[in-house]
Design a protein around this ligand. Structure first.
Ligand SMILES: [Zn+2]
Length: 326
């Protein structure tokens, strides 16, 4: 039978009948609220990089107004890119995905999500982390890519509680040097001052224990730091490798791939040095495309991993296929 609109419509009543007779007595007694139809399954996804088990953990999303979001493109152009990605025309849904690396029972977390300080539509990280079978007390190392709130706020709740009591916290030395510099804070534009204050709120109480790392070194089992400045002064990406497995963790070299992987010259309002961020973005995207290596982005659609293909003057993120086991 060929599928036409007509026979699809004709088939609908039969399908409905199956659904109605399907649920058991117990299920049919649940109220709509109890079955909570608006909720997804917990947001975690596992994959392997050699012997390292990677778990992507989702922290919800924030809707960001489109107007003014891309510094160096006309709004009409940005809307066109949104339309091409089947997104709404007014606001971009920006998602957050951290990575938990399990290397022989040692847990390393790369970035921490929003904690209890994000948009009302974020803050789902802890529930998803626990649903994935983890406990915050088990985390051995937390690696931070840069000091924006959506990456560090998961370290400390608003009431001051440290979330990972047994973890060594590792931060880029260049990032620490910038954000902890009182002179830089004093001379920062007004809009950036809250960012400086937040960095001090999160790291202040643990400042003496925070370990600063330099790029180009293996900083945790299988994790090598790669300098990727521009988004922030000390913004860092990582190569995770184990055996023949390799993953480039791109952190925030792009915000949403539908805009910035496709248009790598576009500069998001969060890129502190726009030109340097563009150069870094182009360099790393090109490397990923040439090497055909798997990549992960903090702000890509969940599970936020795939491959990079060259496409004209830009690139395309090709998502991995969901696999039921690893
Ligand atoms: Zn970010």
């Amino acid at each position: 039978m060929a599928f036409t609109r007509r026979n699809l419509l004709a088939a609908a009543p039969a399908a409905t009948a199956i659904t109605v007779s399907g649920p058991s007595m117990a299920q049919s007694q649940l109220s709509a609220q109890q079955v909570s139809l608006s909720r997804q399954a917990p947001g975690f996804y596992r994959y392997k990089v050699g012997d390292i088990e990677v778990t992507a953990v989702h922290d919800g999303f924030a809707r960001w107004p489109l107007e003014g979001f891309v510094r160096n493109a006309e709004l009409a152009e940005v809307k066109k890119a949104m339309e091409a990605a089947f997104f709404p025309q007014d606001a971009l849904p920006i998602t957050f995905t951290t990575l938990v690396l399990n290397a022989g029972g040692r847990l390393t977390l790369i970035d921490t999500g929003n904690g209890d300080s994000g948009a009302p539509t974020s803050g789902t990280w802890m529930a998803n982390f626990k649903a994935a079978g983890f406990d915050p007390a088990q985390v051995n190392t937390v690696i931070i890519s840069h000091f924006h709130g959506d990456h560090i706020n998961g370290l400390r709740l608003k009431d001051g509680t440290a979330v990972f009591p047994n973890a060594e916290v590792m931060v880029p030395a260049a990032e620490w040097a910038y954000w902890m510099d009182d002179g830089k804070m004093a001379s920062a534009p007004e809009g950036l001052k809250a960012g400086f204050a937040n960095v001090r709120r999160v790291f202040g109480p643990m400042a003496k224990d925070v370990k600063q790392y330099e790029p180009g070194k293996e900083i945790a089992p299988g994790v090598t730091a790669v300098a990727a400045p521009g988004h922030t002064p000390g913004h860092t990406t990582y190569v995770v490798s184990s055996g023949s497995g390799k993953l480039m963790v791109m952190s925030d070299i792009t915000n949403h791939p539908a805009l910035f992987v496709r248009n790598p010259d576009w500069q998001a309002v969060f890129d502190m040095d726009g030109n340097q961020a563009r150069d870094t973005r182009r360099k790393l995207l090109d490397m990923a495309a040439v090497e055909r290596v798997q990549v992960a982005f903090y702000h890509a659609p969940f599970p936020a991993t795939g491959h990079i293909a060259k496409n004209g003057n830009g690139y395309e993120l090709v998502p991995v296929q969901w696999m039921p086991s690893i």
